[in-house]
Design a protein around this ligand. Structure first.
Ligand SMILES: Nc1ncnc2c1ncn2[C@@H]1O[C@H](COP(=O)(O)OP(=O)(O)O)[C@@H](O)[C@H]1O
Ligand SMILES: [Mg+2]
Length: 287
């Protein structure tokens, strides 16, 4: 079995995939995306730089590069995990929230508006504080909490002044009073084998990139069902799902990460995420 691993930089996760894959008897080919060329001429898409491969794991750090290259590799006939449609829908927070809502998956109340005054008015239906996030983003970057109308206005102004693709789209969300932590669960294939609490007492943003501490979480049946429901919405073979504990509403799915980092989860739980991922990939490639 020959599998490819696309990457921009080799993080712990990609190195673990290369190492464990080889130990499991697979031929694992690192694919630096800077070096890949796709040729198209009306007779199909080809990539000489990629060669023969049973399947490919998408590990680009950049949402844009991950989406684009998954799509092109699919056109070239490769089986890619996660696929472009999963990455596209989950990676756009406005689309993702709308899909979760329309499929009845509990998620924080959110409004999306395309104009500042209109969005500000809509924010009142959520009540302050309001969380504003860039439609595409990660690691908590530019996610801000506005305590009142004044500060929300400023955040929207700042967002408009950026060069973000969606700088004029305002994604506003009710602030969830979660208990100094949130939950990250991993879906691998059709299983939800592992997860962590991400604990931060000094920052309401619980990204581990912002210093949150990881601790193992017990995956109860409610969490498992919720994660699998989210998977039904987006598809994919490997998802990192952010779940909030709302004091009144219970579990809420915040977002679904389609190229999730998992170094800290593997470290604190001792669970072999890479091994399970490769096993699921082998099963999927045989189908
Ligand atoms: N509505 C919210 N209420 C409370 N905390 C939030 C809310 N939205 C996001 N956060 C916090 O901010 C972090 C980053 O937001 P998130 O939506 O996960 O974007 P990112 O893609 O940057 O991780 C979350 O992990 C969570 O701790
Ligand atoms: Mg997140």
């Amino acid at each position: 079995m020959r599998i490819g691993v696309t990457y921009d930089i080799l993080r712990w996760e990609e190195r673990d995939i290369l190492e464990k894959g080889r130990r499991m008897g697979m031929e694992v080919i690192p694919i630096h995306l800077d070096e890949v060329i796709f040729s198209m001429d009306g007779n199909g898409v080809k990539s000489q730089t990629l060669g023969e491969m049973d399947s490919i794991i998408q590990r680009s750090i950049s949402h844009t590069r991950a989406y684009l290259t998954s799509a092109l590799m699919e056109s070239a006939g490769y089986m890619v995990f996660n696929g472009s449609s999963t990455i596209e829908r989950a990676g756009n927070k406005a689309i993702a929230s709308s899909l979760l809502s329309s499929r009845g998956v509990p998620t924080p109340k959110t409004v999306v508006g395309l104009q500042r005054e209109v969005a500000l008015k809509a924010a009142h239906t959520l009540g302050f504080p309001v969380v504003i996030k860039p439609v595409e983003g990660s690691w908590g970057r530019m996610t801000a909490k506005a305590e009142d109308e004044d500060s929300l206005w400023s955040f929207m102004e700042y967002q408009e002044g950026t060069s973000l693709k969606y700088r004029n789209v305002f994604y506003l969300q009710q602030f969830i009073r979660k208990p100094g932590r949130d939950i990250r669960v991993f879906v691998i294939g059709d299983e939800v084998p592992v997860g962590i609490y991400r604990i931060n007492d000094s920052n309401w943003r619980t990204n581990t990139a912002l210093g949150a501490k990881a601790e193992p979480v017990d995956i109860n049946s409610e969490l498992r069902d919720l994660a699998l429901k989210a998977r039904e919405v987006f598809g994919g073979i490997f998802l990192g799902i952010d779940v909030f504990e709302d004091p009144k509403e219970g579990y809420l799915v915040n977002e679904v990460n389609t190229v999730p980092e998992y170094k800290n989860t593997a470290r604190v739980t001792g669970y072999d995420i890479t091994g399970t991922l490769l096993t699921k990939l082998r099963e999927a490639s045989r189908k």
